[in-house]
Ligand binder design. Sequence first.
Ligand code: ZN
Length: 232
Amino acid sequence: MSLTEKKEKEYRKTVLNGAKEIFNANLVEFGEGNVSIRVKKQEEMFITPTQNDYSTLKLNEIVHIYFDGTQLSKGRPASSEYRLHTSVYRARPKAKCIIHTHSVYACMLAAVKQKIPVILEEMIFFLGGEIEIADYTPAGTHEIGEVALKAMGDKNGVLLANHGVLVCGKNMKSAVKNAKLVEKLSQIYWGAAQIGKVQSVAPEYWQKWLDLYKVMNSTVSQKKKSKSKKLK
Ligand SMILES: [Zn+2]
């Protein structure tokens, strides 16, 4: 089923706005990272183009592709990292938008393979808990998505070793929030580590926030959540 012109414009606009937001927040520079939105009930997405210049990015440069990378729109090719997005969309029907950045402090932690422990309660509410590190996998490969997804667990974000950040959300507002939050948490973690021993919030205080996360922000489907509970 082809999209109406109005709907297509809406998807393009959402991706464009998300891309401008992460650029204005200094989470990406020219040619880094990518932003996407899934097309409702289809194995398709709209994603930022390869060699993306965020400062001049326009609606018609956003690329419409099938999850397998086949291009549906004319013009610019999609970001080569679309596979990261495809893996998450396939595994998580509730993930509507995905953002990948190379934000500086998060990359510093990713370079020493340091996960972000629960240093603020809000990271449980928005992201689902501590942010793990996915093993290093070369950018642009199919494996990178699978490895990221595994490390992400039930959360909405993960650090990619020696590479960057991957976050998802129920909508673009939530994905942008998560991308900004991972960078903020990385900065706080780094700064705190300069002053003393970083202390995390004890797990016995997590539950209230985890319950809220599951209702408000989690992109993991109910079925999968009960399955992962059983495994524990
Ligand atoms: Zn990247």
